[in-house]
Ligand binder design. Sequence first.
Ligand SMILES: C[S@@+](CC[C@H](N)C(=O)[O-])C[C@H]1O[C@@H](n2cnc3c(N)ncnc32)[C@H](O)[C@@H]1O
Length: 278
Amino acid sequence: MHSNILEKNVPNWLYKKLNFLNDFSSLYKTRPIKNNKGGMLFTHMFYFYLILKNLKPELVIESGVYKGQSTWLIENTLPNSKIISIDIDLNKREYFSKKSEYRSLDFKYNEFKNLPDNTLVFFDDHVDHVERIKQSNFFGIKNIVLEDNYPTNEGDFQTLKQISNNFNFNHKPGFLSLTKTYYQFTKIIIKKIFLSKYNSNIDLNNINQRIRDALHNKETTSHLNDLFETYYEFPPLISNYQINEMYKSPLLQETPKDILEYSDELLDYNFITYIKLK
Ligand SMILES: C[S@@+](CC[C@H](N)C(=O)[O-])C[C@H]1O[C@@H](n2cnc3c(N)ncnc32)[C@H](O)[C@@H]1O
């Protein structure tokens, strides 16, 4: 069954999706990172562009910068908006924005003062979606975009789509990763023993993100539903071999000629989702 329990109040502006495709593909040709494997590709960039163009938030906070393609997109779609770009590892950047304010502290630890009402936060950081919704609600941020909203048994962290099926994500890191985590945890314990002023919270949070087991109770979906004014998962742009009951019908029947060059990228689709909180 198509797992879309949370979907509600599809916003009107989404019906005009295709009007933006030409403009977007012209912009996309000028992207700074031509190989963005592991990051955002055509479909996700297009839908994010569509959201930004329609909502025009005065401030965009992005969590998950990687090489910087999404930072570039925000900057070029909304030249008059402020940008805060967060990544716990900013060393992977290849595109550096002069406009964006870069931060390396996890979203939840940040101070966000005097946020404009239409602030939008974009999560592409593989952190538990339920926690991110709670944190956004705490900061009073109403517009949320989630990348990688994978269904049950897919993905590498807890997503909203999974929790709507009462599925708690159970992470299976590899042996090497667990060994590294063990080493990092041991360092924390040693610091705790010898440094009386050491506060381990950020380091323990990092450990928690290396082993991403999630545990939410059965009421979580209903609590989330109470918070949501809108929940909309974008469809794939084109059909591909993966399409099954987990996927919505694709937006396009055929790939338009001017985006044929992105055929490979169009196969990459990770359930990008827009949420508006009440
Ligand atoms: C999928 S990539 C982001 C792709 C990027 N948005 C793009 O346009 O291609 C995920 C990024 O999230 C970062 N990340 C991991 N944990 C994070 C956290 N707690 N907060 C912010 N970023 C985090 C990783 O370092 C990685 O660079």
